[in-house]
Design a protein around this ligand. Structure first.
Ligand SMILES: [Ca+2]
Length: 261
């Protein structure tokens, strides 16, 4: 009886399916409990780790706060205020704010060009157009930290302005000649060894940016240029970068301070 054989086969298959489902069900039940425990353990561990991390962060913050609690110098405050003011200016690239209650932005090349573009005359103010940063004899010193291009040990650099010219046809910039000296005493333990080269460039009053490039090749072996932005709110301190002349990739950075002669 083929029909009876089929029925018997179907019954056997159904039994197996039932056993299989029971097994899966039991196994699923067991796994769910284990997973639940594991999940609880994980949550507790995670909470503990989270608390540890919070505690660690809090201790770190406390340390930072204690550092801040020390008296802040007027110089640092002036620098911070200058930076905040520049951030608040919200002017487009290569523009500067006229300041005041209703500040407008003017292009950098309109600063110190002899024509009042700001309503309050700030762009032609004698303080803004003061050229003491780049007057001949001005000397700045800094510690150069190389990070790319040609990585070398940190070394001292001295930038001395030797000549400064204002051309009537383009007053917003002063055209400069300078000497850049590098102290390689780290290579010669016994005494200081200076390497100097001549450079030329300009100072932009609007951007408060000094740009210098060596007149001839230097021993850096790559064409470089130095730019310093005097963004500390005074004429005595600036942030400088050494860049590849062609690609403008930053090779090194340093802060300069005026050296009183
Ligand atoms: Ca102007």
């Amino acid at each position: 009886r083929p029909g009876a054989a089929d029925q018997c086969g179907t019954q056997t298959a159904m039994k197996w399916i039932f056993v299989l489902l029971l097994g899966v069900g039991l196994s699923a039940g067991f796994d769910r409990e284990a997973a639940k425990d594991k999940l609880t353990d994980y949550r507790v561990l995670n909470q503990n780790l989270h608390l540890d991390k919070l505690e660690e962060d809090f201790e770190h913050l406390e340390e930072e706060y204690n550092k801040i609690d020390e008296p802040v110098s007027n110089e640092t405050l002036r620098h911070l205020l200058f930076r905040i003011r520049r951030l608040e200016d919200d002017c487009p690239k290569r523009h500067v704010s006229c300041g005041g209650d209703h500040p407008i932005c003017i292009h950098e090349i309109k600063v110190c060009d002899g024509i009042e573009d700001c309503k309050n005359g700030r762009d032609e103010h004698e303080k803004v157009c003061d050229d003491s940063i780049v007057s001949p004899g001005s000397t700045f010193i800094g510690l150069v930290h190389w990070t790319a291009c040609k990585v070398r040990p940190d070394h001292e650099v001295i930038i001395s302005i030797t000549d400064s010219k204002h051309e009537d046809f383009f007053k917003p910039r002063a055209w400069l000649r300078a000497t850049i000296s590098r102290d390689d005493s780290h290579l010669h333990e016994d005494d200081s060894v200076f390497t100097s080269y001549n450079a030329k460039g300009y100072f932009s009053f609007g951007a408060r940016l000094l740009v210098l490039a060596p007149v001839n090749d230097t021993d850096a072996g790559i064409p470089i240029a130095i730019s310093c932005r005097f963004n500390y709110g005074n004429n005595d301190h600036g942030n400088c970068k050494v860049r590849m002349a062609a690609s403008l990739q930053v090779c090194a950075s340093f802060k300069v301070d005026r050296r009183e002669m």
